[in-house]
Design a protein around this ligand. Structure first.
Ligand SMILES: [Zn+2]
Length: 44
């Protein structure tokens, strides 16, 4: 079951950035709904 859960998350469709609407690829869950670019902007 745990293996299937991992596969489930791996197969999840790309998220969409809440800031620019760009599709997010392989994001850590801690990043939430924003892409790296928007995250960098927020860090500034
Ligand atoms: Zn973005």
């Amino acid at each position: 079951m745990l293996v299937k859960l991992t596969e489930f998350f791996r197969n999840l469709p790309g998220k969409q950035c809440a800031e620019c609407g760009k599709e997010i690829e392989e994001q850590h869950e801690c990043y939430g709904n924003t892409c790296n670019s928007c995250m960098n902007v927020q860090d500034l």
